[in-house]
Design a protein around this ligand. Sequence first.
Ligand SMILES: [Cu+2]
Length: 133
Amino acid sequence: MKNLFVLACLCLLAACAHGPDPQSQGVFVVEPADGAIVTSPFRVKFGVKGMEVRPAGDLIANTGHHHLLIDAQPIAQGTVVPADATHIHFGKGQTETEISLAPGTHTLTLQFGNGAHISYGPTMSKTITVTVR
Ligand SMILES: [Cu+2]
């Protein structure tokens, strides 16, 4: 019985050390709304709960910056977020941007990553779909 208790404690510790808590931590898109019809250029506003936005550089637990992934999948936890035309870093700590996309349906994925651009994983991501007129 005592061993089971110790095991449970270890599991809790491991959970804390290894990833965000999906109950209390996450990101969300403030605007546009999921499913919105927009015209380019349009503003995208980022939100985060349970973590703090900080400029890239410092590695501080539960802090990081936003990344906007266009028509791309969330980045696995522990993997560096690529930097290219469809993986945009907001390493100054920005919480909004303006983008232009070709007409059609696109996914916008917000991905939070730490000060070294390492992804906090799908738990700290949110995908919405927009239609560009
Ligand atoms: Cu980054």
